[in-house]
Design a protein around this ligand. Structure first.
Ligand SMILES: Nc1ncnc2c1ncn2[C@@H]1O[C@H](COP(=O)(O)OP(=O)(O)OP(=O)(O)O)[C@@H](O)[C@H]1O
Length: 270
């Protein structure tokens, strides 16, 4: 279980999170959605103690994250962050093996179980064939799958993912989120695609300008009346095969067209 309460966080002299609460119960997948700059990444980074809020607390399985060492945090929380591309000559397998570091003393050599966990994680994301490749030479989508594999190999009870579907084609977007759903981990995932949030999240938290606008089951939060004012688009909701689907159009209130005259008279100069 992951619980954040009363998170207030300022950056560059500006408040970017205002009194934010988030709860991910054991085994749940919680989606954090909201427009660009609404605070999704900032909230995620606060959850794993990469950012320290001015007020509020994050508690992981009953322990305040602030009271945990870096290694203890890494044993409990795996992160797939938006990482800048690296030119380091490191292979895919070596990258995934990094996920095993929190499970052994500093400088200790990897054990056979570490290799097995790394290979199993690569199998999970269907990337075993990439094991020997340099990460710097992968496509964006291949790289993203490797980062998810590293988080799986970390075998933490909690998983935080920042836009994990970035760079992925439609099939892999669904595959990665299906896979995340299938893990036993308590998960918080930021997503821009609201239909993916509808399909894969047990609960959704909608942020706007650093404030929680709505939180709860997808069917409640992903409602046109909730989303339209936040995103500034028209939202239409429908159901297909028992699943909620959202459709968007750019202008919520198109300016009223002047009525067309079915019998226009000849133009006259005045
Ligand atoms: N290092 C920083 N210094 C100052 N302000 C920052 C910093 N990083 C982010 N911000 C601001 O914090 C706010 C929230 O940013 P954040 O990246 O959390 O939003 P987001 O919802 O993840 O956005 P996006 O959907 O565009 O990725 C934005 O207004 C952003 O400009």
């Amino acid at each position: 279980m992951l619980h954040a309460s009363g998170i207030h966080l300022a950056r560059g002299g500006r408040t970017v999170l205002h009194d934010v609460d988030l709860t991910a119960r054991t085994g749940q997948v919680v989606g954090v959605i909201g427009p660009n700059g609404s605070g999704k990444t900032t909230l995620l980074r606060t959850l794993y103690d990469a950012l320290t809020p001015q007020a509020g607390a994050v508690v992981v399985d009953g322990t305040p994250v602030r009271d945990l060492s870096r290694q203890e945090v890494a044993r409990r929380v795996a992160v797939v962050a938006q990482e800048p591309e690296s030119e380091l000559p490191i292979t895919v397998l070596e990258t995934v093996m990094l996920g095993r570091l929190p499970h052994r003393p500093a400088l200790a050599r990897p054990r056979p179980g570490d290799h097995a966990a790394a290979h199993a994680a690569l199998d999970h994301v269907r990337a075993r064939h990439l094991a020997g490749r340099l990460v710097s030479r992968l496509s964006g989508g291949e790289r993203q799958r490797v980062l998810v594999a590293r988080a799986i190999a970390q075998d933490a009870g909690h998983l935080l993912l920042d836009e994990p579907t970035n760079h992925l084609d439609i099939r892999f977007q669904h595959e990665i989120l299906q896979l995340v759903r299938g893990l036993a981990a308590t998960t918080v995932v930021t997503l821009h695609d609201l239909n993916l949030a509808a399909h894969y999240c047990d609960a959704v938290l909608l942020l706007d300008a650093g404030r929680v606008v709505a939180a709860g089951p997808p069917a409640e939060v992903l409602a046109p009346a909730v989303l339209a004012p936040v995103y500034g688009v028209a939202v239409h909701r429908t159901e297909l095969d028992g699943r909620l689907h959202l459709l968007f159009s750019p202008d919520p209130c198109p300016p009223a067209e002047p009525p067309t005259d079915p019998h226009p008279g000849p133009e006259t100069d005045t």
